[in-house]
Design a protein around this ligand. Structure first.
Ligand code: KIV
Ligand code: ZN
Length: 524
């Protein structure tokens, strides 16, 4: 349902969910997605019932433009939104990218706080105000649905903020977003700001008010919910709270808070919460950002009960220690345990249970072959193992660089560790030998020989997917080049193979990141 339909329906308790995982989320240091990954995410967000998908920032690069356009072409029910600064060039490019979408929105923004206007924009407030009118009017000449944002809104002087909001609405903006760009606000104060603007701006009733909170003080979700209590009816958020610096408000936390605490917050969204686990895993696998075990709603421990007292309570009544059910976020308490005798049908059923029911035949076949290899090595194959396999195979089919073979020699004899490695680079097979201070170093050097780059290795981290000495290793690698960082993940029962995969995954991300021409900090 588009925002106008929501308003027309007069459902004042309905909160519009605006997902910006593909824009603000992708701007977070380390995260970047290729076209196929963005399409998968957009498809998942639409299936989950997201009202507005901010698909990207079309002026940022040809890749961003193409991704927004491809998402717009495939979209059916969600509004597809593109971001643009307050310039005609940005806005025109954005309109072009979203044009194929049945429902489309231009989101244009400019900074309004004294600090940003003076130092970042180096513009006088009156010039900024003029730009608000010009940019929104121009965007409205291209599309009906325009959102205007006051960047650094929470640190903007109230009188000036109200003048800008009034001008934006008068110029045709239907949604007014007051972001807490730097995550500085606290709930009561932020709710007061939204209330003040809605009360003071004479034409406020012509727009839906939106909030966009960053998590620098860990208050993004609390601030967003407080703002809804004050009258905001759109929340901008991301899956897993991905986003610039400490991230944005986490969508899964917002929608589950609204669902769980209907008694205290009588608002509702159209999100099918059963899709949460699948989307959370998808974003983690694509970006290489692991989910902390104690993360609210989607962390591995969110429904785990360790202490005896809690376990006893749970056996007597799940409500003793669970305020929401795992099923409500699509986490099934599965009874199906897979082992080496499990066949393709059971494997497919497990994939569906884990939220991977829509994988194509080729991806299922590839993942099934890896599962069989794993089942030969491990007694029990856990759900986490299957998820790691799928994330490592099906999600990587469009990578430009792929691992073909790895042969390692290490040990205690006085010879340097040696790696012989074969890669597929854009369809061409290449092999190299590398030596190093250790086997991981030898692997990374062999990769660097085949794919020359100046990126610095910032992080190399190994963790186990499950318990036990036969567990798969999950490796995270972070590379940094020209001020941009990317994360890569790889998993395998062999830690060295997982390391090679993680490094290659990060390199694939770097290739995507290199295309961007507008700096991530988005200055006008
Ligand atoms: O944080 C912010 O202010 C933004 C705007 C572009 C909406 O991301
Ligand atoms: Zn933001």
């Amino acid at each position: 349902m588009s925002t106008d339909r929501i308003a027309a329906a007069g459902d004042n308790q309905r909160v519009v969910i605006f997902d910006t995982t593909l824009r603000d989320g992708e701007q977070s240091p380390g995260a970047s997605m290729n076209l196929e990954e963005k399409l998968r995410v957009a498809e998942g967000l639409e299936a989950m019932g997201v009202d507005v998908i901010e698909a990207g920032f079309p002026i940022a690069s040809v890749g961003d433009f193409e991704a927004v356009k491809a998402i717009a072409e495939r979209s059916k029910s969600s509004v597809i939104c593109g971001l643009s600064r307050a310039t005609r060039g940005d806005i025109a490019r954005c309109a072009e990218a979203i044009a194929p979408a049945p429902r489309k929105r231009i989101h244009t923004f400019i900074s309004t706080s004294p600090l940003h206007m003076k130092y970042k924009l180096q513009m006088e407030p009156e010039t900024v105000l003029q730009r608000v009118t010009e940019s929104v009017s121009y965007a409205r000449s291209l599309v009906d649905d325009v959102e205007w944002s006051a960047e650094d809104g929470s640190r903007t002087e109230h009188d000036f903020l109200c003048r800008c909001v009034e001008a934006a609405i008068a110029a045709g903006a239907r949604t007014i977003n007051i972001p807490d760009t730097v995550g500085y606000a606290i709930p009561e104060e932020y709710a007061g700001l939204i209330r003040m603007v809605m009360e003071r701006v004479p034409n406020a009733d012509k727009a839906i008010f939106s909030v966009h909170c960053h998590n620098d003080l860990g208050l993004a979700v609390a601030n967003s919910l407080a703002a809804v209590g004050a009258g905001a009816r759109q929340i901008e958020c991301t899956i897993n709270g991905l986003g610039e610096r400490a991230g944005n408000a986490a969508m899964e936390e917002i929608v589950m808070a609204l669902r769980t605490r209907q008694d205290a917050m009588a608002y509702h969204t159209e999100i099918k919460t059963e899709h949460i686990t699948k989307m959370s895993r998808m974003i983690s696998a694509i970006t290489g950002f692991a989910i902390q075990p104690n993360k609210a709603v989607v962390g591995a421990n969110a429904f785990a009960h360790e202490s005896g007292i809690h376990q006893d309570g749970m056996l007597k009544h799940a409500g003793t220690y669970e305020i929401m059910t795992p099923e409500s976020i699509g986490l099934n308490r599965s009874t199906l345990v897979l082992g080496k005798h499990s066949g393709r049908a059971a494997f497919r059923q497990k994939l569906a249970e884990l939220g991977y029911g829509d994988l194509g035949d080729n991806s299922v076949n590839e993942a099934f072959a890896r599962f069989k290899d794993l089942a030969d090595l491990k007694k029990e194959v856990f759900d986490e193992d299957i998820a790691a396999i799928v994330d490592d195979t099906a999600m990587r089919t469009h990578d430009r660089i792929k691992l073909v073979e790895l042969d390692i020699r290490c040990g205690t004899v006085h010879r340097p560790p040696h790696a012989k490695m074969t890669l597929d680079i854009d369809g061409v097979t290449e092999s190299r030998d590398g030596t190093g201070d250790g086997p991981v170093d030898a692997i990374f050097k062999a990769i660097r020989e085949m794919v020359p780059h100046d990126a610095v290795l910032e992080l190399y981290q190994v963790s186990a997917v499950t318990k036990g000495t036969d567990a798969q290793a999950e490796v995270t690698v972070r590379l940094r080049e020209d001020g941009k960082s990317v994360n890569g993940q790889g998993s395998d029962t062999d830690t060295l193979v997982a390391s090679a995969k993680a490094y290659i995954h990060a390199l694939n991300k770097l290739l995507v990141k290199r295309e961007k021409t507008v700096p991530d900090g988005i200055a006008v």
